[in-house]
Design a protein around this ligand. Structure first.
Ligand code: GLC
Ligand code: CA
Length: 542
């Protein structure tokens, strides 16, 4: 168990993301719930994780699955009660697992009491909690678009004003320029800190300082000032970890966000690697060019070494399943899932595993009317209305739709994959008969145990946390290889990104190195399909 009183404990931690709606249903309504999470804590303890990033469980009309909060200090009843939440925090703690709550500070639901008040009149004390501009109907302040489609402005006739929303119209943006907004949010964070949560994942945190008149959404002029205040006034409690979602972050900005002096955040999720296999919009998919991926990780690994901290992830609730994306979800599903895990977990940073990633769960294809995500629905409508052929739109959805990651967790080969007794809110992936946790736990060669070993290695060998990073073979289009070094220890990570057998010569120095982990039986020949190897060398034991 990690000593969480130690400053920076999260640097040797591995986190696991739970999307509550899809994790485990216990009361037969087809929707996952907090008692369901509690019932699976032993499984997570067995995996070896140190913290759970819990996607939002707050009271919400669920327009955007909880990323539209209508009461920050209440639990969405289908997920459970405040007592359930307190029990989850306690039960997790017993197993050395911290709860990292997802927190949306950029916007609320339009059903939040603050917004209900704000829209009553211009002189309501809560009016200035949101971002308003005067205007006439049909003539929004500017042409900014919401992330989920449509204008970013919605008109309220009795006020003669538009409010600003970067996401759906039901997600009005909070006005961070108003000190009363910031104070109310800090107070709420202290409420949760008092309940014993270990920290927060901060939704679209780079957007809070938006200036819509100048069409600035990310990295507004006061962003770092706000973050420093947030850190000082809300995260002061020793050891509260914070990870910010920052789609706009480049290395320079991430250094500031994750400055080791702790003045802003512990770390950020950046998305440069995630955007490499698309052309412009995420829906316009292009093949991944391996050298580009390697250059990207190389830049981030070297860029933040000793002056910031990386979050390592490939999957989350907004992204397609990685094995379907960069691996092979057919004949080499298991091999490629393990290879991708080795590639990522060998690096410096805090790894995040998204529920089901440890089982090699894959994407799904549904008929259009079975999708639930509003982003998918809006895309389908907008593109088909524009005359884009249906097959083309569906191809984008199959490759990138957020519901790929949101299908229920596959626990067993029984009905509804053991997720629920009834038809769940989103269909179970039909491959649950073979891809499920029960089968994985029975099979010593499963992806589950591979992740378990990666997590254990990170705890056992400090070089995973501290070592410098050097990319090998930068131009090679098939192999991703890198080394990690400290003064006395060395790691070599070698990954074959293809279904082909590829010759590879280990650097001479690693000739007698110990193989710490591989997804194949030890061999001396060329790399087998999707083979991954991690070698270790210590000058002391030679
Ligand atoms: C983040 C969340 C996503 C949500 C959006 C708006 O990107 O991860 O799920 O839709 O913010 O809150
Ligand atoms: Ca339920």
């Amino acid at each position: 168990m990690l000593d969480k009183t130690k400053r920076g404990w999260w640097k040797s931690a591995v986190f696991y993301q739970i999307y509550p709606k899809s994790f485990q249903d216990t009361n037969g309504d087809g929707v996952g719930d907090i008692p369901g999470i509690i019932s699976r804590l032993d499984y997570l303890e067995q995996l070896g994780i140190d913290g759970i990033w819990l996607s939002p469980v707050y009271e919400s009309p669920q327009e955007d699955n909880g990323y539209d909060i209508s009461d920050y200090e209440a639990i969405y009843p289908p997920f459970g009660t405040m007592e359930d939440m307190e029990k989850l925090i306690r039960e997790a703690e017993k197993r050395g697992i911290s709860i990292i709550m997802d927190l949306v500070l950029n916007h609320t639901s339009d059903e939040h009491r603050w917004f209900q008040e704000a829209r009553k009149s211009r002189d309501n004390p809560y009016h200035d909690f949101y971002v308003w501009r005067d205007g006439r109907p049909d003539c929004p302040p500017n042409d900014m678009r919401g992330v989920f489609g449509g204008s970013a402005w919605t008109y309220v006739p009795h006020l003669g004003q538009y409010y600003f929303h970067q996401f759906a119209a039901k997600q009005p943006d909070l006005n961070w320029d108003n000190p009363a907004v910031r104070e109310a949010l800090y107070q709420m964070i202290r409420f949760w800190a008092g309940k014993g949560v270990g920290g927060f994942r901060l939704d679209v945190i780079d957007q809070i300082a938006k200036v819509p008149d100048e069409k600035i959404t990310a990295n507004g002029p006061r962003l770092h000032e706000f973050l420093r205040e947030l850190s000082e006034k809300a995260f002061v409690r020793e050891g509260l970890v914070s990870v910010g979602e920052a789609w706009s972050a480049d290395v320079e900005r991430a250094k500031q966000f994750s400055n080791p002096d702790g003045s802003e955040l512990s770390m950020v999720f950046q998305f440069e690697h995630i955007c490499l296999d698309q052309k412009g919009e995420k829906w316009d998919v292009i093949p991944l060019h391996l050298p580009a991926l390697k250059r990207c990780f190389d830049r981030w690994q070297r860029g933040l070494h000793n002056c910031g901290w990386n979050s390592l992830f490939m999957d989350n609730h907004d992204l397609p399943r990685i094995v379907s994306r960069w691996g092979n979800d057919g004949a080499y599903r298991v091999e490629s899932a393990k290879m991708l895990a080795a590639m990522l977990h060998g690096m410096q940073g805090t790894p995040y595993i998204y529920q089901g990633e440890e089982l090699g769960m894959t994407n799904i294809r549904l008929p259009i009317d079975q999708y639930v995500d509003l982003e998918i629905k809006n895309l389908y409508q907008e593109r088909t209305a524009r005359g884009v052929p249906e097959e083309e739109v569906l191809r984008s959805i199959y490759a990138r739709g957020r519901d790929n990651a949101r299908t229920p967790m596959q626990w067993t080969d029984g009905d509804q994959a053991g997720f629920s007794d009834v038809r769940p809110w989103l269909p179970v992936n039909p491959n649950y008969k073979t891809v499920n946790a029960a089968a994985a736990l029975e099979d010593p060669d499963s992806t589950f145990y591979f992740y378990q070993k990666l997590i254990a290695l990170r705890k056992q060998y400090p070089i995973f946390q501290d070592g410098s990073f050097t990319l090998l073979l930068p131009e090679d289009e098939q192999i991703f290889a890198y080394r990690r070094d400290t003064e006395k220890e060395h790691l070599l990570v070698v990954c074959n990104f293809t279904p082909d057998t590829i010759p590879f010569d280990r650097p001479a120095e690693f000739e007698n190195a110990r193989l710490l982990l591989s997804n194949y039986e030890q061999g001396t020949g060329p790399l087998r399909p999707y083979e991954a190897q991690i070698y270790y060398l210590s000058e002391e034991t030679q």
